[in-house]
Write a protein that binds this ligand. Structure first.
Ligand code: SF4
Length: 268
């Protein structure tokens, strides 16, 4: 038996890709068919040893993140999300091509309404290239409506807001390191301890339909997921309030380290 490798054996087998990259959202707030694209939340390690961070602007949300506990951590679920991320990282052009081709399928052309795709029910727009790829994909499927919650405020203000795809709705999500860049009047979402506190603050609940993320009013609220240890950690505050407190604490620590500012006001 020869030990000479055959040409086939030399070629690393390309990983099998699923026929459909988008999956149907199964959640009580998905009142009509919504498709979703998911990558793993926040930081982790891929099976091949590479590390990643899909939420570069996560703030206090990373310690209260529903997508970092429960079913999202089941090994088969996490493996699927990581393989989605690996596809984007390793073969970005092929991934984009497959995603654009998939969106031409009849299942994204319902007779009675428009198909909706939520980009990320976990993870975020982690790089300029990835965001740009999504905007090209969106433009390639004008009949489909896309929407996202994101903490990448600076990136969106620079690259999306000036000329967004017509079929894209996005909403800034509090609890990130860029909260202070969310200008008054921007559509946003905050996570509240419960429905009551949300209503008391004058917010509209997202609970009846996730499509409120796309079409809801400027002030949308999400009642905290029913995950006991996360609810306990969140207490009676919103993500926005927790992030504000964390920022203030950080500033305080910094000013103690560096002392009072040495800059003096300039004389007229
Ligand atoms: S940005 Fe979203 S997915 Fe990422 S850690 Fe925060 S809540 Fe989780």
């Amino acid at each position: 038996m020869s030990n000479t490798p055959t040409p086939e054996a030399d070629t690393a087998a390309a990983p099998a890709r699923p026929r459909f990259l988008l999956r149907e959202m199964r959640s009580s707030c998905a009142t009509q068919r919504i498709w979703k694209w998911t990558i793993p939340a926040f930081a982790g390690r891929l099976p091949d040893g590479r590390t990643y961070n899909t939420c570069p602007s996560a703030g206090i949300c990373k310690d209260l993140c529903y997508a970092r506990s429960g079913t999202f951590r089941f090994s088969n679920v996490l493996r699927l999300h990581q393989s989605n991320l690996q596809y984007v990282l390793d073969e970005p052009e092929k991934w984009e091509e497959q995603m654009s081709a998939e969106l031409q399928h009849a299942r994204y052309r319902p007779r009675d309404s428009r198909a909706h795709v939520r980009v990320h029910d976990s993870g975020d727009y982690f790089s300029v290239e990835y965001l740009d790829a999504w905007m090209r994909i969106m433009r390639s499927a004008p009949e489909v409506v896309f929407y996202s919650y994101t903490k990448e405020v600076a990136l969106f203000e620079e690259r999306v807001r000036p000329a967004p795809p017509d079929n894209f709705h996005w909403r800034y999500s509090y609890g990130g390191t860029q909260d202070e860049l969310i200008a008054p009047g921007h559509n946003h979402v905050d996570v509240f301890p419960d429905e009551e506190s949300l209503a008391d603050a004058g917010y509209t609940s997202q609970a009846p339909s996730d499509l409120r993320g796309a079409y809801g009013p400027e002030t949308l609220g999400i009642p905290a997921n029913n995950i006991a240890h996360l609810k306990k950690k969140q207490g009676a505050s919103t993500f926005r309030a927790l992030q504000r407190a964390a920022n203030a604490e950080k500033r305080e620590r910094r000013s103690k380290r560096t002392g009072p500012s040495s800059r003096r006001p300039k004389a007229d």
